[in-house]
Ligand binder design. Structure first.
Ligand SMILES: Nc1ncnc2c1ncn2[C@@H]1O[C@H](COP(=O)(O)OP(=O)(O)OP(=O)(O)O)[C@@H](O)[C@H]1O
Length: 498
Protein backbone atom coordinates (compact mmCIF):
# COMPACT_ATOMS: atom_id res chain seq x y z
CA UNK A 1 0.00 0.00 0.00
CA UNK A 2 1.40 3.41 -0.96
CA UNK A 3 1.78 6.45 1.24
CA UNK A 4 -1.42 8.48 1.63
CA UNK A 5 -1.47 11.75 -0.36
CA UNK A 6 -5.11 12.86 -0.33
CA UNK A 7 -8.02 11.93 1.88
CA UNK A 8 -11.55 12.88 0.91
CA UNK A 9 -13.51 12.65 4.14
CA UNK A 10 -17.30 12.55 4.24
CA UNK A 11 -17.75 14.89 1.28
CA UNK A 12 -21.40 15.85 0.96
CA UNK A 13 -23.02 17.90 -1.80
CA UNK A 14 -26.61 18.66 -2.82
CA UNK A 15 -27.88 20.46 -5.93
CA UNK A 16 -31.41 21.35 -4.88
CA UNK A 17 -33.14 18.04 -4.36
CA UNK A 18 -30.32 16.05 -6.01
CA UNK A 19 -28.03 14.46 -3.42
CA UNK A 20 -24.99 14.33 -5.71
CA UNK A 21 -22.50 13.16 -3.04
CA UNK A 22 -23.52 11.33 0.09
CA UNK A 23 -20.67 11.57 2.64
CA UNK A 24 -18.06 10.16 0.26
CA UNK A 25 -14.71 9.11 1.78
CA UNK A 26 -11.85 7.90 -0.46
CA UNK A 27 -8.08 7.69 0.11
CA UNK A 28 -5.65 8.46 -2.74
CA UNK A 29 -1.96 7.48 -2.51
CA UNK A 30 1.27 9.09 -3.66
CA UNK A 31 2.58 7.92 -7.03
CA UNK A 32 -0.59 6.31 -8.31
CA UNK A 33 -3.14 6.60 -11.05
CA UNK A 34 -6.43 6.20 -9.24
CA UNK A 35 -9.48 5.74 -11.44
CA UNK A 36 -12.88 7.00 -10.39
CA UNK A 37 -15.69 5.21 -12.16
CA UNK A 38 -19.48 5.12 -12.01
CA UNK A 39 -22.52 5.50 -14.21
CA UNK A 40 -23.49 8.86 -15.72
CA UNK A 41 -24.58 11.12 -12.91
CA UNK A 42 -22.98 9.03 -10.14
CA UNK A 43 -21.04 12.03 -8.79
CA UNK A 44 -17.52 11.68 -10.23
CA UNK A 45 -17.30 15.20 -11.65
CA UNK A 46 -19.01 16.68 -8.60
CA UNK A 47 -16.45 15.12 -6.24
CA UNK A 48 -13.47 16.28 -8.27
CA UNK A 49 -15.07 19.68 -8.88
CA UNK A 50 -15.45 20.16 -5.11
CA UNK A 51 -11.77 19.28 -4.69
CA UNK A 52 -10.51 21.60 -7.41
CA UNK A 53 -12.61 24.66 -6.55
CA UNK A 54 -15.21 24.48 -9.33
CA UNK A 55 -17.99 23.69 -6.83
CA UNK A 56 -18.29 24.36 -3.14
CA UNK A 57 -18.97 21.25 -1.07
CA UNK A 58 -21.73 21.34 1.57
CA UNK A 59 -19.59 19.55 4.17
CA UNK A 60 -16.60 17.23 4.60
CA UNK A 61 -12.86 17.81 4.19
CA UNK A 62 -10.10 17.17 1.70
CA UNK A 63 -6.72 16.61 3.39
CA UNK A 64 -3.74 16.86 1.03
CA UNK A 65 -0.33 15.95 2.47
CA UNK A 66 -1.72 16.53 5.97
CA UNK A 67 -3.17 19.98 5.17
CA UNK A 68 -6.78 20.86 4.40
CA UNK A 69 -7.44 21.94 0.79
CA UNK A 70 -10.29 24.35 0.43
CA UNK A 71 -10.12 25.85 -3.05
CA UNK A 72 -12.30 28.89 -3.74
CA UNK A 73 -11.81 28.51 -7.50
CA UNK A 74 -9.63 26.61 -9.97
CA UNK A 75 -6.70 29.05 -9.82
CA UNK A 76 -6.77 28.90 -6.02
CA UNK A 77 -6.90 25.10 -6.34
CA UNK A 78 -3.79 25.18 -8.54
CA UNK A 79 -1.98 27.19 -5.86
CA UNK A 80 -2.97 24.54 -3.30
CA UNK A 81 -1.61 21.75 -5.54
CA UNK A 82 -4.72 20.44 -7.26
CA UNK A 83 -5.54 20.73 -10.96
CA UNK A 84 -8.19 19.41 -13.32
CA UNK A 85 -8.64 18.80 -17.03
CA UNK A 86 -12.39 19.17 -17.40
CA UNK A 87 -14.75 17.09 -19.51
CA UNK A 88 -15.74 19.80 -21.97
CA UNK A 89 -13.78 22.77 -23.34
CA UNK A 90 -11.66 24.12 -20.49
CA UNK A 91 -10.06 26.99 -22.37
CA UNK A 92 -11.53 30.43 -23.06
CA UNK A 93 -12.30 31.72 -26.54
CA UNK A 94 -11.00 35.15 -27.49
CA UNK A 95 -7.74 34.70 -25.56
CA UNK A 96 -4.41 33.53 -26.92
CA UNK A 97 -2.96 30.11 -26.16
CA UNK A 98 -0.46 31.69 -23.75
CA UNK A 99 -3.17 33.73 -22.00
CA UNK A 100 -5.13 30.53 -21.49
CA UNK A 101 -2.15 28.67 -20.10
CA UNK A 102 -1.39 31.40 -17.58
CA UNK A 103 -4.98 32.48 -16.87
CA UNK A 104 -5.12 33.78 -13.29
CA UNK A 105 -1.33 33.51 -13.01
CA UNK A 106 -0.31 36.43 -15.21
CA UNK A 107 1.30 38.31 -12.30
CA UNK A 108 4.65 36.67 -12.94
CA UNK A 109 4.76 38.53 -16.29
CA UNK A 110 3.48 41.88 -15.00
CA UNK A 111 5.71 44.70 -13.79
CA UNK A 112 4.40 48.13 -12.69
CA UNK A 113 0.97 47.12 -14.01
CA UNK A 114 2.27 46.34 -17.52
CA UNK A 115 2.03 42.82 -18.86
CA UNK A 116 5.06 41.59 -20.78
CA UNK A 117 3.21 39.65 -23.48
CA UNK A 118 6.40 38.64 -25.29
CA UNK A 119 7.82 37.06 -22.13
CA UNK A 120 4.52 35.27 -21.46
CA UNK A 121 4.35 33.93 -25.01
CA UNK A 122 7.96 32.79 -24.81
CA UNK A 123 7.41 30.91 -21.55
CA UNK A 124 4.18 29.32 -22.85
CA UNK A 125 5.97 28.25 -26.03
CA UNK A 126 8.75 26.67 -23.95
CA UNK A 127 6.17 24.61 -22.07
CA UNK A 128 4.34 23.62 -25.26
CA UNK A 129 7.62 22.57 -26.86
CA UNK A 130 8.66 20.57 -23.81
CA UNK A 131 5.42 18.54 -24.08
CA UNK A 132 6.14 17.93 -27.78
CA UNK A 133 3.31 20.24 -28.93
CA UNK A 134 5.61 22.58 -30.81
CA UNK A 135 3.20 22.93 -33.75
CA UNK A 136 0.95 24.95 -31.42
CA UNK A 137 1.81 28.65 -31.48
CA UNK A 138 1.51 30.25 -28.03
CA UNK A 139 0.84 33.70 -29.52
CA UNK A 140 -2.12 32.63 -31.65
CA UNK A 141 -5.68 32.87 -30.44
CA UNK A 142 -7.08 29.67 -28.98
CA UNK A 143 -9.91 29.77 -31.54
CA UNK A 144 -7.38 28.89 -34.25
CA UNK A 145 -7.20 25.40 -32.75
CA UNK A 146 -9.63 22.51 -32.85
CA UNK A 147 -11.25 20.66 -29.95
CA UNK A 148 -8.41 18.15 -29.61
CA UNK A 149 -5.59 20.71 -29.73
CA UNK A 150 -7.45 22.80 -27.17
CA UNK A 151 -7.47 19.73 -24.91
CA UNK A 152 -3.71 19.35 -25.38
CA UNK A 153 -3.26 23.03 -24.47
CA UNK A 154 -5.39 22.34 -21.40
CA UNK A 155 -3.07 19.48 -20.44
CA UNK A 156 -0.15 21.94 -20.45
CA UNK A 157 -2.21 24.54 -18.53
CA UNK A 158 -3.10 21.99 -15.83
CA UNK A 159 0.28 20.36 -15.35
CA UNK A 160 3.16 22.72 -16.11
CA UNK A 161 3.40 23.61 -12.40
CA UNK A 162 3.53 19.92 -11.30
CA UNK A 163 0.40 19.71 -9.15
CA UNK A 164 0.22 17.03 -6.46
CA UNK A 165 -3.19 15.98 -7.70
CA UNK A 166 -4.22 16.00 -11.34
CA UNK A 167 -7.83 15.16 -12.20
CA UNK A 168 -8.37 13.91 -15.75
CA UNK A 169 -12.14 14.05 -16.22
CA UNK A 170 -13.32 11.95 -19.21
CA UNK A 171 -10.66 13.50 -21.41
CA UNK A 172 -9.58 10.49 -23.45
CA UNK A 173 -12.76 10.37 -25.53
CA UNK A 174 -12.15 13.96 -26.59
CA UNK A 175 -8.77 12.91 -27.96
CA UNK A 176 -7.66 10.81 -30.89
CA UNK A 177 -5.03 8.08 -30.65
CA UNK A 178 -2.10 10.49 -30.69
CA UNK A 179 -3.67 12.81 -28.14
CA UNK A 180 -4.42 9.89 -25.85
CA UNK A 181 -0.83 8.74 -25.97
CA UNK A 182 0.32 12.27 -25.10
CA UNK A 183 -2.11 12.37 -22.20
CA UNK A 184 -1.00 8.97 -20.89
CA UNK A 185 2.64 10.11 -21.09
CA UNK A 186 1.81 13.12 -18.92
CA UNK A 187 -0.19 10.94 -16.49
CA UNK A 188 2.70 8.47 -16.14
CA UNK A 189 5.16 11.31 -15.62
CA UNK A 190 2.99 12.70 -12.83
CA UNK A 191 2.80 9.27 -11.18
CA UNK A 192 6.57 8.82 -11.41
CA UNK A 193 7.02 12.18 -9.72
CA UNK A 194 4.94 10.97 -6.73
CA UNK A 195 1.76 12.85 -7.61
CA UNK A 196 -1.63 11.19 -7.88
CA UNK A 197 -3.73 11.26 -11.05
CA UNK A 198 -7.47 10.88 -10.49
CA UNK A 199 -8.58 9.35 -13.75
CA UNK A 200 -12.25 9.45 -14.77
CA UNK A 201 -13.20 7.31 -17.76
CA UNK A 202 -16.05 5.15 -19.02
CA UNK A 203 -13.69 2.96 -21.02
CA UNK A 204 -13.23 0.14 -18.54
CA UNK A 205 -10.45 -1.58 -20.46
CA UNK A 206 -8.52 1.67 -20.55
CA UNK A 207 -9.21 2.10 -16.82
CA UNK A 208 -7.75 -1.31 -15.97
CA UNK A 209 -4.78 -0.76 -18.27
CA UNK A 210 -3.86 2.68 -16.92
CA UNK A 211 -4.78 2.63 -13.24
CA UNK A 212 -3.23 1.26 -10.07
CA UNK A 213 -6.41 1.50 -8.00
CA UNK A 214 -10.05 1.94 -8.99
CA UNK A 215 -12.78 3.49 -6.83
CA UNK A 216 -16.46 3.21 -7.64
CA UNK A 217 -19.33 5.64 -7.03
CA UNK A 218 -22.99 4.75 -7.44
CA UNK A 219 -25.71 7.41 -7.08
CA UNK A 220 -23.43 9.65 -5.03
CA UNK A 221 -22.41 6.85 -2.67
CA UNK A 222 -18.90 5.40 -2.37
CA UNK A 223 -19.06 1.66 -3.16
CA UNK A 224 -15.43 0.59 -2.75
CA UNK A 225 -11.88 0.54 -4.09
CA UNK A 226 -10.13 -2.37 -5.79
CA UNK A 227 -6.64 -2.76 -7.23
CA UNK A 228 -5.78 -3.18 -10.89
CA UNK A 229 -4.97 -6.84 -10.21
CA UNK A 230 -8.41 -7.48 -8.75
CA UNK A 231 -10.22 -5.72 -11.60
CA UNK A 232 -11.98 -7.24 -14.60
CA UNK A 233 -14.43 -5.32 -16.77
CA UNK A 234 -17.27 -7.55 -15.53
CA UNK A 235 -16.38 -6.92 -11.90
CA UNK A 236 -16.23 -3.16 -12.50
CA UNK A 237 -19.56 -3.12 -14.33
CA UNK A 238 -21.14 -5.09 -11.52
CA UNK A 239 -19.78 -2.65 -8.91
CA UNK A 240 -20.99 0.35 -10.93
CA UNK A 241 -24.46 -0.85 -11.74
CA UNK A 242 -25.09 -3.10 -8.74
CA UNK A 243 -25.95 -6.12 -10.87
CA UNK A 244 -24.49 -8.24 -13.64
CA UNK A 245 -24.78 -6.72 -17.12
CA UNK A 246 -24.08 -8.52 -20.35
CA UNK A 247 -20.98 -8.10 -22.46
CA UNK A 248 -22.63 -8.17 -25.82
CA UNK A 249 -23.01 -4.56 -26.92
CA UNK A 250 -22.60 -4.82 -30.61
CA UNK A 251 -24.48 -6.22 -33.58
CA UNK A 252 -24.09 -9.95 -34.00
CA UNK A 253 -25.33 -10.20 -37.60
CA UNK A 254 -22.93 -10.56 -40.50
CA UNK A 255 -23.47 -10.92 -44.22
CA UNK A 256 -26.63 -8.79 -44.52
CA UNK A 257 -26.89 -7.18 -47.93
CA UNK A 258 -26.90 -3.38 -47.97
CA UNK A 259 -29.75 -1.85 -50.01
CA UNK A 260 -28.83 -0.37 -53.40
CA UNK A 261 -31.01 2.67 -52.71
CA UNK A 262 -28.81 5.74 -52.21
CA UNK A 263 -30.19 8.23 -49.67
CA UNK A 264 -27.29 10.69 -49.58
CA UNK A 265 -24.77 11.34 -52.25
CA UNK A 266 -21.69 13.40 -51.46
CA UNK A 267 -19.74 14.50 -54.52
CA UNK A 268 -16.33 16.16 -54.61
CA UNK A 269 -16.80 17.90 -51.29
CA UNK A 270 -13.90 19.98 -50.02
CA UNK A 271 -13.55 22.17 -46.95
CA UNK A 272 -10.26 24.01 -46.95
CA UNK A 273 -7.68 22.40 -44.68
CA UNK A 274 -10.08 19.65 -43.61
CA UNK A 275 -11.67 17.64 -46.43
CA UNK A 276 -10.16 17.16 -49.85
CA UNK A 277 -12.46 16.27 -52.75
CA UNK A 278 -14.42 13.63 -50.88
CA UNK A 279 -17.18 11.54 -52.43
CA UNK A 280 -19.34 8.93 -50.72
CA UNK A 281 -22.80 7.41 -50.78
CA UNK A 282 -25.03 6.37 -47.91
CA UNK A 283 -27.64 3.65 -48.53
CA UNK A 284 -31.05 3.08 -47.04
CA UNK A 285 -30.89 1.10 -43.80
CA UNK A 286 -27.10 1.30 -43.69
CA UNK A 287 -24.81 2.20 -40.82
CA UNK A 288 -21.80 3.79 -42.49
CA UNK A 289 -18.84 4.12 -40.13
CA UNK A 290 -16.21 6.80 -40.71
CA UNK A 291 -12.96 6.47 -38.78
CA UNK A 292 -9.42 7.75 -38.74
CA UNK A 293 -7.04 9.70 -36.56
CA UNK A 294 -8.66 12.78 -35.10
CA UNK A 295 -6.91 15.15 -37.53
CA UNK A 296 -7.99 13.22 -40.62
CA UNK A 297 -10.97 15.48 -41.38
CA UNK A 298 -13.70 13.02 -40.40
CA UNK A 299 -15.33 15.33 -37.86
CA UNK A 300 -15.80 17.95 -40.58
CA UNK A 301 -17.51 15.39 -42.84
CA UNK A 302 -20.54 15.26 -40.54
CA UNK A 303 -20.81 19.06 -40.57
CA UNK A 304 -20.31 19.27 -44.32
CA UNK A 305 -23.11 16.78 -45.03
CA UNK A 306 -25.45 18.54 -42.59
CA UNK A 307 -24.86 21.88 -44.31
CA UNK A 308 -23.02 23.24 -41.29
CA UNK A 309 -19.54 23.78 -42.77
CA UNK A 310 -18.31 27.20 -43.75
CA UNK A 311 -17.20 27.46 -47.38
CA UNK A 312 -18.02 23.96 -48.48
CA UNK A 313 -17.33 23.12 -52.11
CA UNK A 314 -18.91 20.24 -54.02
CA UNK A 315 -22.41 18.87 -53.59
CA UNK A 316 -24.50 16.96 -51.08
CA UNK A 317 -27.81 15.67 -52.44
CA UNK A 318 -30.55 13.35 -51.26
CA UNK A 319 -31.50 10.27 -53.25
CA UNK A 320 -34.05 12.29 -55.27
CA UNK A 321 -31.47 14.94 -56.14
CA UNK A 322 -32.58 17.54 -53.54
CA UNK A 323 -29.51 19.61 -52.62
CA UNK A 324 -28.57 20.06 -48.95
CA UNK A 325 -26.72 23.35 -48.56
CA UNK A 326 -27.73 24.56 -45.11
CA UNK A 327 -28.85 23.33 -41.70
CA UNK A 328 -32.51 24.31 -42.32
CA UNK A 329 -32.38 22.31 -45.62
CA UNK A 330 -31.07 19.33 -43.70
CA UNK A 331 -33.64 19.48 -40.89
CA UNK A 332 -36.47 20.03 -43.36
CA UNK A 333 -35.46 16.82 -45.13
CA UNK A 334 -35.38 14.69 -42.00
CA UNK A 335 -31.68 14.83 -41.31
CA UNK A 336 -30.18 14.90 -37.83
CA UNK A 337 -26.68 15.68 -36.59
CA UNK A 338 -25.04 15.24 -33.20
CA UNK A 339 -21.65 16.97 -33.02
CA UNK A 340 -18.63 15.75 -31.08
CA UNK A 341 -18.44 19.17 -29.42
CA UNK A 342 -21.79 18.88 -27.71
CA UNK A 343 -21.65 21.92 -25.41
CA UNK A 344 -20.86 24.34 -28.23
CA UNK A 345 -22.39 22.78 -31.31
CA UNK A 346 -25.24 20.52 -30.21
CA UNK A 347 -26.84 21.94 -27.09
CA UNK A 348 -28.24 25.29 -26.07
CA UNK A 349 -26.54 24.97 -22.75
CA UNK A 350 -28.48 27.71 -20.95
CA UNK A 351 -31.86 26.32 -21.93
CA UNK A 352 -33.87 23.57 -20.32
CA UNK A 353 -33.90 19.91 -21.28
CA UNK A 354 -37.41 20.46 -22.62
CA UNK A 355 -36.39 23.30 -24.95
CA UNK A 356 -33.34 21.39 -26.17
CA UNK A 357 -35.28 18.22 -26.99
CA UNK A 358 -38.14 20.08 -28.69
CA UNK A 359 -35.94 22.45 -30.71
CA UNK A 360 -36.06 20.79 -34.15
CA UNK A 361 -39.62 19.50 -33.61
CA UNK A 362 -41.35 22.79 -32.77
CA UNK A 363 -43.30 22.92 -36.03
CA UNK A 364 -44.44 19.29 -35.67
CA UNK A 365 -45.60 19.91 -32.10
CA UNK A 366 -47.94 22.78 -33.01
CA UNK A 367 -51.65 21.98 -32.82
CA UNK A 368 -53.78 24.30 -34.93
CA UNK A 369 -50.76 26.57 -35.28
CA UNK A 370 -50.37 26.85 -31.50
CA UNK A 371 -47.51 25.45 -29.47
CA UNK A 372 -48.47 24.55 -25.92
CA UNK A 373 -46.04 24.22 -23.03
CA UNK A 374 -47.82 21.06 -21.91
CA UNK A 375 -47.33 19.34 -25.29
CA UNK A 376 -43.66 20.29 -25.30
CA UNK A 377 -43.16 18.95 -21.80
CA UNK A 378 -44.88 15.65 -22.52
CA UNK A 379 -42.84 15.23 -25.69
CA UNK A 380 -39.53 16.03 -23.99
CA UNK A 381 -40.33 13.85 -20.99
CA UNK A 382 -41.11 10.85 -23.19
CA UNK A 383 -37.81 10.97 -25.07
CA UNK A 384 -35.63 12.01 -22.12
CA UNK A 385 -36.97 9.01 -20.20
CA UNK A 386 -36.50 6.74 -23.20
CA UNK A 387 -32.80 7.63 -23.01
CA UNK A 388 -32.80 7.11 -19.17
CA UNK A 389 -31.64 10.70 -18.67
CA UNK A 390 -30.80 11.31 -15.02
CA UNK A 391 -32.58 14.59 -14.28
CA UNK A 392 -34.88 16.21 -11.74
CA UNK A 393 -37.34 16.94 -14.57
CA UNK A 394 -37.40 18.36 -18.10
CA UNK A 395 -37.46 21.89 -16.65
CA UNK A 396 -33.90 21.38 -15.45
CA UNK A 397 -31.23 23.37 -17.27
CA UNK A 398 -28.95 21.31 -19.49
CA UNK A 399 -25.95 23.05 -17.89
CA UNK A 400 -26.84 21.25 -14.64
CA UNK A 401 -26.57 17.77 -16.16
CA UNK A 402 -23.60 15.43 -15.94
CA UNK A 403 -21.63 15.06 -19.20
CA UNK A 404 -23.11 11.72 -20.20
CA UNK A 405 -26.62 12.94 -19.47
CA UNK A 406 -26.09 15.94 -21.77
CA UNK A 407 -25.24 13.50 -24.53
CA UNK A 408 -28.46 11.61 -23.81
CA UNK A 409 -30.42 14.86 -24.31
CA UNK A 410 -28.79 15.37 -27.72
CA UNK A 411 -29.79 11.86 -28.77
CA UNK A 412 -33.30 12.21 -27.28
CA UNK A 413 -33.81 15.29 -29.47
CA UNK A 414 -33.15 13.38 -32.66
CA UNK A 415 -35.06 10.27 -31.65
CA UNK A 416 -37.99 12.57 -30.92
CA UNK A 417 -37.66 14.18 -34.34
CA UNK A 418 -37.77 10.68 -35.85
CA UNK A 419 -35.22 11.64 -38.51
CA UNK A 420 -34.50 9.29 -41.39
CA UNK A 421 -30.86 10.26 -41.95
CA UNK A 422 -28.79 10.52 -38.84
CA UNK A 423 -25.21 11.72 -38.53
CA UNK A 424 -23.71 10.83 -35.16
CA UNK A 425 -20.24 12.14 -34.36
CA UNK A 426 -18.78 10.24 -31.40
CA UNK A 427 -22.22 9.02 -30.26
CA UNK A 428 -21.09 7.27 -27.10
CA UNK A 429 -18.55 9.85 -25.92
CA UNK A 430 -18.79 10.03 -22.14
CA UNK A 431 -21.62 7.51 -22.01
CA UNK A 432 -21.67 4.79 -19.34
CA UNK A 433 -21.70 1.07 -20.16
CA UNK A 434 -25.41 0.58 -19.60
CA UNK A 435 -26.54 3.43 -21.84
CA UNK A 436 -23.91 2.57 -24.44
CA UNK A 437 -25.63 -0.77 -24.88
CA UNK A 438 -28.98 1.07 -25.20
CA UNK A 439 -27.58 3.41 -27.89
CA UNK A 440 -26.21 0.53 -29.94
CA UNK A 441 -29.54 -1.29 -29.65
CA UNK A 442 -31.29 1.91 -30.77
CA UNK A 443 -29.02 2.26 -33.81
CA UNK A 444 -29.65 -1.34 -34.74
CA UNK A 445 -33.39 -0.83 -34.41
CA UNK A 446 -33.26 2.31 -36.56
CA UNK A 447 -31.29 0.51 -39.24
CA UNK A 448 -33.87 -2.25 -39.35
CA UNK A 449 -36.62 0.38 -39.72
CA UNK A 450 -34.86 1.62 -42.86
CA UNK A 451 -33.23 4.68 -41.32
CA UNK A 452 -29.68 5.43 -42.43
CA UNK A 453 -26.87 6.38 -40.09
CA UNK A 454 -23.43 7.88 -40.53
CA UNK A 455 -21.39 7.11 -37.42
CA UNK A 456 -18.16 9.07 -37.11
CA UNK A 457 -16.02 7.51 -34.42
CA UNK A 458 -12.55 7.29 -33.00
CA UNK A 459 -13.52 4.04 -31.27
CA UNK A 460 -12.31 1.26 -33.54
CA UNK A 461 -14.30 -1.44 -31.74
CA UNK A 462 -17.47 0.60 -32.18
CA UNK A 463 -16.81 0.86 -35.93
CA UNK A 464 -16.11 -2.86 -36.26
CA UNK A 465 -19.05 -3.76 -34.05
CA UNK A 466 -21.76 -1.54 -35.51
CA UNK A 467 -21.05 -0.48 -39.10
CA UNK A 468 -22.16 -2.19 -42.32
CA UNK A 469 -19.34 -0.45 -44.11
CA UNK A 470 -16.37 1.51 -42.80
CA UNK A 471 -14.53 4.34 -44.54
CA UNK A 472 -11.13 5.21 -43.11
CA UNK A 473 -9.92 8.73 -43.70
CA UNK A 474 -6.44 10.15 -43.84
CA UNK A 475 -5.41 13.72 -44.67
CA UNK A 476 -8.94 14.74 -45.63
CA UNK A 477 -9.38 11.85 -48.08
CA UNK A 478 -10.83 8.35 -47.97
CA UNK A 479 -7.95 5.95 -47.55
CA UNK A 480 -9.73 2.62 -47.34
CA UNK A 481 -13.16 1.02 -47.42
CA UNK A 482 -14.17 -2.12 -45.56
CA UNK A 483 -17.34 -4.16 -45.58
CA UNK A 484 -18.69 -5.58 -42.35
CA UNK A 485 -17.07 -8.91 -41.68
CA UNK A 486 -16.20 -11.18 -38.77
CA UNK A 487 -12.68 -11.43 -40.14
CA UNK A 488 -12.08 -7.66 -40.09
CA UNK A 489 -9.54 -6.70 -37.42
CA UNK A 490 -8.66 -3.41 -35.74
CA UNK A 491 -5.20 -3.58 -37.34
CA UNK A 492 -6.80 -3.57 -40.82
CA UNK A 493 -8.32 -0.19 -40.03
CA UNK A 494 -5.31 1.24 -38.20
CA UNK A 495 -3.01 0.39 -41.14
CA UNK A 496 -5.10 2.74 -43.30
CA UNK A 497 -5.21 5.53 -40.72
CA UNK A 498 -1.47 6.10 -40.39
N1 LIG B 1 -24.50 22.41 -11.61
C1 LIG B 1 -25.39 21.47 -11.30
N2 LIG B 1 -26.66 21.80 -10.95
C2 LIG B 1 -27.57 20.84 -10.64
N3 LIG B 1 -27.30 19.51 -10.63
C3 LIG B 1 -26.05 19.14 -10.95
C4 LIG B 1 -25.03 20.08 -11.30
N4 LIG B 1 -23.89 19.40 -11.58
C5 LIG B 1 -24.18 18.09 -11.42
N5 LIG B 1 -25.47 17.93 -11.02
C6 LIG B 1 -26.15 16.65 -10.75
O1 LIG B 1 -25.37 15.92 -9.81
C7 LIG B 1 -25.37 14.52 -10.15
C8 LIG B 1 -23.94 14.05 -10.30
O2 LIG B 1 -23.42 14.62 -11.50
P1 LIG B 1 -21.90 14.45 -11.94
O3 LIG B 1 -21.65 15.42 -13.05
O4 LIG B 1 -21.02 14.53 -10.75
O5 LIG B 1 -21.91 12.95 -12.51
P2 LIG B 1 -20.75 12.13 -13.21
O6 LIG B 1 -20.57 10.87 -12.41
O7 LIG B 1 -19.55 12.97 -13.39
O8 LIG B 1 -21.44 11.75 -14.59
P3 LIG B 1 -20.88 11.62 -16.13
O9 LIG B 1 -20.26 10.28 -16.22
O10 LIG B 1 -22.14 11.69 -16.94
O11 LIG B 1 -19.97 12.76 -16.38
C9 LIG B 1 -26.22 14.40 -11.40
O12 LIG B 1 -27.52 14.02 -11.03
C10 LIG B 1 -26.22 15.80 -11.99
O13 LIG B 1 -27.39 16.06 -12.74
Amino acid sequence: MGEVLLKAEKIDKHFGITHALDHVSITFNKGEIHALIGENGSGKSTLTSCLTGIYKKDSGTFILDGKEVSAANQVDGNHQGVAIIVQEIGTLSGLTVAENIFLGNEDQFTKFGIKNTAAMNKKAQEYLDSYGFNYIDAAKTIDDYNFEDRKLIEIVKSTYFNPKILVVDETTTALGQKGREELFKVMHKMRDMGSCVIFISHDLEEVIEQSDQISVLRDGVYIGTITKEEATTDRLKQLMVGREIGNNYYRTDYGEKISDEVVISVKNVSVKGQIDNLSLELHKGEILGIGGLSECGMHEVGKAIFGASYFREGSVTLGDGTPINSIPDAIKHSMAYASKDRDNESLVINDTICENICLPSLEDLKKGGVLSGKTMKEFADKFAKQMSTKMTGVDQFVSALSGGNKQKVVLARWIGKDSDLIILDSPTRGIDVKVKADIYAMMNRMRKEGKSIIMISEEIMELLGMADRILIMKDGKINGEFLRSEELRDTDLIDNMI
